[in-house]
Every structure is written in structure tokens, then in C-alpha cells.
Design a protein around this ligand. Structure first.
Ligand code: TYM
Length: 335
């Protein structure tokens, strides 16, 4: 029996943080051997908010190095750049024309990000989830491993696929309806400066997030300054102590421990004892990734070749789906 297909991606905006790593990449690495995987760099999504043309390409390359350094295995996974496969933009247009506007206006991320853009909010930001639906549906993905914040976008993807099938695929479904894959632990890593807000690339404070490429000193400083509470004895799942839950979760996942082990180890600890432990665990977990990352960034030819091959494999799959959708929608085939 052939393996089920997994697809996921990350926007090439700025540096990746622990939320992206624990909510997404680490899970991809853990499951990849059991699936046929496509992981990509969402550079078209990165321009849905004002972006810097001088850093976009470099950010994409850096992200390729991060995926590989984190353990993405090219024997079972294809990695590619979204803008290198033109079918993404083309299917997004076709899906735009079957997606009701009010489905997009309901999206929480749109509402949150639109507030920040004020008068300048672009059409691309509203349309972002349709492009995301195109990303997923082009590959007939069975599963989409993401963090909790992408759940609503996946529901929308499923709704769009069902609508296309309903309108144009009565005899035979045209698009595969994918399942989200959201792991319980790490699906929502919170800010270090406010345990009620998710860790995010767009938070103006660098102290709110640990980036995958942060130096040991930066990690030490951020954990030293992170928000805690005056209570002694550290516990998970206390709604009054969101920071405590978040920091214990980081310690658990980065240290490869079970929740019960961490709960027992930390139940009598104070912050003065816990913070150095978390610092050490974080540095140890990130160091091997950082070493590999720097090696890869010094080997530009290799990265280029991986991305060239990735684009070619991805295009082969995506173009077939695109042709199937265009045929179902009734377009005159190219003559
Ligand atoms: P992006 O770039 O915002 O985030 C990439 C991945 O990281 C997860 N994530 C988190 N997980 C846990 N805690 C956090 N604080 C946290 N912050 C981010 C996200 O859930 C995501 O899995 N629209 C997507 C990119 C995308 C995509 C796709 C994903 C474009 N097309 C198709 C899957 C399939 C995004 O902006 O993710």
C-alpha cells in the first residue's frame, strides 16, 4: 500500500522561533518516515504583509537550511519554494472564484492582522487562506501537520474542497479533503513575556520569543527576563499560571521528557532553580541544529540543488492536479 501524503509549510517572514519548531518542524521530522512528504517555504504568503524585497530571498534560503538542519530527510520528504511552483498561484485564482467572501472575512488571523495594518490592509491578506488551500489541495494531501493557530485555515480548506467537489465533481470528487494533524504538546507555544499570547514572529519584543538561531547568551538573557509569578512550586495546567504551564511545556518537549516526569521534578522548585535548567536544556536542544545550519549555509550550491530538485518534483504533482481542476471547471485545454 502506498504511503499517505503529508504537506505543510511555513511563511518566510523573519526568523523561526520555538513555536514554529515545536508546533511544526519537529513534528514533521518525527512522522516523516511513515509518509510521503512535501514541505515548503511559503514566500508568497510572506508578502501578504508589507515586506522587505532585499531580505525575502535570503530568508527563504535560510529556512531551507533550517528545515534540513532540523532533520528533514530528503529520502522521504521533498522541500521546495512555493513561488517556484506556479500552480500555487493559479489554483488560488480558481479557488478564489468559488470561495464566498464572507468565509474569508470570518478568519481570526485576518481580523487580527488587519487591525495591525489599518488603512493599508491588502487584498492578499484577506486571500491568504485561499492560497493556503491551494497549497494543500494541489498535492492531494491526506494530513496537514500544523500548530493550533492554523486550525481554522484548515477547516476552510476542507470547506473549499468540498464546495469544488459539490459544484464540479458530482460523478467523481476532484479534490481530496485533507485532515489536520495537530499534536497536543507544543501546538500552542506562548510568548515569554505574556503567557496568554502565542509566541509570534510579529511580536515587536524580541524578548517574547526564542529564535532557533539565537546564541546561547541570547537564550540565557531571554529566559532570565521571561515573565513568571511569585508562587513557589511549579505546576502544569493552572489557568492562573499560564507562564508556568508554558515554561514547563518547553522544558518537557525540549528535554524529551514526559509530562509526569517534569511535574514530579519541578513540583517543589522555585524559578531560581528552574530557569537555569530550562536555559541549559534549550541551548542543548538547539545547538546541533545551529551547527548543521551554519554548515549548510556555507554550501550554497548544495542548497540550490536541493531546491531545484524539490521544485521539479513538486511541480510534477501540482501540475497534474491543476490540469484536473481546470478540466472539471470546463476550461479549453491548451491547444
Ligand atoms: P506560520 O508561518 O505562521 O507558522 C508555521 C507553523 O508554525 C506553527 N506555529 C506555532 N505552533 C505552536 N506555537 C506557536 N506559537 C506557533 N506559531 C506558529 C503554525 O501553526 C504553523 O504550523 N499559513 C501558514 C503557512 C502555510 C501553510 C500552508 C501551512 C501556508 N500554506 C499549507 C500548512 C499548509 C503560516 O503562516 O504559518
Amino acid at each position: 500500500m502506498s504511503k499517505k501524503r503529508v504537506l505543510s509549510g511555513i511563511q518566510t517572514t523573519g526568523n523561526l522561533h520555538l513555536g514554529n519548531y515545536l508546533g511544526a518542524i519537529r513534528n514533521w521530522v518525527d512522522i516523516q518516515q511513515d509518509y510521503d512528504n512535501f514541505f515548503f517555504f511559503a514566500d508568497l504568503h510572506a508578502i501578504t504583509v508589507p515586506h522587505d524585497a532585499k531580505t525575502l530571498a535570503e530568508n527563504t534560503l535560510k529556512m531551507a537550511a533550517v528545515y534540513l538542519a532540523s532533520g528533514i530527510d530528503l529520502n522521504c520528504s521533498t522541500i521546495f519554494v512555493q513561488s517556484h511552483v506556479s500552480a500555487h498561484s493559479e489554483l488560488a485564482w480558481l479557488l478564489n472564484c468559488v470561495t464566498p467572501l464572507n468565509w474569508l472575512e470570518r478568519m481570526i488571523q485576518f481580523k487580527e492582522k488587519a487591525v495591525k495594518q489599518g488603512e493599508n490592509v491588502g487584498v492578499g491578506l484577506l486571500d491568504y487562506p485561499v492560497l493556503m488551500a491551494a497549497d494543500i489541495l494541489l498535492y492531494d494531501a491526506d494530513r496537514v501537520p500544523v500548530g493550533e493557530d492554523q486550525k481554522q485555515h484548515l477547516e476552510l480548506t476542507r470547506d473549499i474542497a468540498a464546495r469544488v467537489n459539490d459544484q464540479f465533481g458530482k460523478q467523481k470528487p476532484i479534490l481530496k479533503v485533507p485532515e489536520p494533524m495537530i499534536r497536543k504538546e507544543g501546538a500552542r507555544i506562548m510568548s515569554l513575556t505574556d503567557g496568554t499570547k502565542k509566541m509570534s514572529k510579529s511580536d515587536p519584543s524580541e524578548l517574547s520569543r526564542i529564535e532557533l538561531l539565537d546564541s546561547a547568551d541570547a537564550i540565557k538573557r531571554k529566559i532570565k527576563k521571561c515573565k513568571t509569578d511569585p508562587v513557589k512550586g511549579l505546576t502544569f495546567d493552572d489557568p492562573e499560571r499560564p507562564e508556568c504551564n508554558n515554561l514547563l511545556t518547553l522544558y518537557q518537549i525540549l528535554g524529551n521528557k514526559t509530562k509526569a516526569e517534569v511535574a514530579a521534578e519541578c513540583q517543589d522548585m522555585g524559578w531560581g532553580q528552574f530557569k537555569p535548567l530550562l536555559t541549559e536544556t534549550t541551548i542543548e536542544a538547539l545547538q546541533p541544529i545551529q551547527h548543521k545550519y551554519h554548515e549548510l549555509m556555507n554550501n550554497r550550491d548544495y542548497l540550490d540543488s536541493v531546491l531545484r530538485e524539490g521544485a521539479s518534483k513538486a511541480s510534477a504533482v501540482a501540475n497534474q492536479t491543476l490540469a484536473r481542476v481546470k478540466a472539471a471547471l470546463g476550461f479549453l485545454p491548451p491547444l
